[in-house]
Write a protein that binds this ligand. Structure first.
Ligand SMILES: NC(=O)c1ccc[n+]([C@@H]2O[C@H](COP(=O)([O-])OP(=O)(O)OC[C@H]3O[C@@H](n4cnc5c(N)ncnc54)[C@H](OP(=O)(O)O)[C@@H]3O)[C@@H](O)[C@H]2O)c1
Length: 311
């Protein structure tokens, strides 16, 4: 498994990580018990994965609980990133006075006494402009050895610009995949400053597996897509298949594309099953040639850049 240094801690992480949103998630007809989640995470670790992304609100706290149970004997061999701002009860509340209580809750569920990193979970723009005291609190937690680093999770290049201009972060979690390449403009700057990059939503919420079509309907968070969003994604998948001459799974191309950028520290596709995990492990070994990567960049510039897809 290929690894990269994580933040400036001297720790390394696997370039394929685990996106913890599905762990323990039983909403909208999904099923995953604590035991199933624990065994999935242990299998990921056995296969060489050492980076795990989670948040207090994922599966109402069960994602962190699963990671805590699965990793308790091997805590110092892995890196855990969690978040602040979205709480286990479903509330979204970024008040800085809540940071310590939230961290304590995460530590308890994760069965640990430190967090490798904590990031603000899509915070309001005032926070990204450093007009609040959040980062003073994070710095205090770092001095106390409770966290090793901190950062932000953002979606758009404008938000990432705000963070780069105003904050001194160790890590960012960003939206980046073949269909959403806009954050690529900041890769050089992030790399120059030694800021680790965690890539979220690398499969465009499943579309870049190639398994969905415009006739699929979604009841979960993806129900926000309009009929025209679905049609557009359907057509883009068809175009991508033509470009890649690929009738089967697009996952090796999707994960290989993200990992082809040296600036990317780790990519965190969501997993529900061991079969998905195995496919991602296989995909993470895909070598994308410079020419193929250029074709995928051109694909984005020609078909998507002027009208970015809603996440
Ligand atoms: N604001 C934030 O900070 C934020 C936001 C979003 C995500 N994240 C993080 O990023 C992670 C990844 O994002 P994501 O889960 O939203 O999107 P994603 O990784 O782009 O896609 C996940 C979807 O892909 C499908 N999938 C995964 N592996 C597959 C495989 N091998 N074959 C076919 N389909 C497969 C899953 O399908 P099924 O549903 O059929 O299993 C799931 O619906 C999350 O788990 C979370 O840790 C963070």
């Amino acid at each position: 498994m290929e690894t990269k240094p994580y933040m400036k801690t001297g720790r390394s992480v696997s370039r394929l990580g685990v996106g913890g949103w599905p762990l323990g998630n039983t909403a909208h007809g999904h099923t995953m018990s604590i035991e199933e989640g624990v065994s999935l995470v242990r299998e990921a670790y056995r296969q060489g994965i050492t980076f795990f992304d989670t948040a207090p609100n994922y599966a109402d706290g069960r994602s962190e609980t699963i990671l805590g149970e699965a990793l308790k004997g091997i805590r110092n061999n892995v890196v855990i990133n969690t978040k602040f701002g979205h709480h286990p009860d479903g509330e979204i509340d970024f008040r800085e006075a809540l940071i310590r209580t939230s961290v304590e809750g995460s530590l308890k569920r994760l069965q640990t006494d430190y967090l490798d990193s904590i990031i603000l979970h899509n915070p309001p723009h005032d926070v990204l402009k450093n007009k609040t005291g959040h980062f003073n609190e994070f710095k205090a937690l770092k001095r106390e050895g409770i966290i090793n680093g901190f950062g932000v999770s953002v979606d758009t290049p404008d938000e990432l610009s705000m963070a780069l201009e105003n904050l001194n972060v160790d890590v960012v979690e960003i939206l980046f995949n073949i269909f959403s390449q806009q954050n690529r403009v900041h890769f050089d700057e992030l790399q120059r400053r030694g800021i680790s990059i965690i890539v979220k939503v690398p499969l465009d919420s499943g579309w870049l597996s190639g398994k969905y079509s415009k006739n699929d309907s979604f009841t979960d968070i993806r129900s926000r897509w309009s009929e025209s969003d679905l049609k557009r994604r359907h057509d883009l998948v068809e175009e991508l298949r033509k470009l890649l001459d690929e009738a089967g799974s697009l996952i090796p191309h999707a994960i290989g594309y993200v990992l082809s950028y040296d600036a990317v520290t780790t990519v965190i596709p969501g997993i529900r099953t061991v079969e998905q995990l195995k496919e991602h492990l296989h995909a993470s070994k895909t070598q994308i040639t410079p020419q193929r990567r250029k074709e995928m960049e051109d694909f984005y510039h020609q078909l998507i850049e002027n009208a970015p897809l809603p996440w």
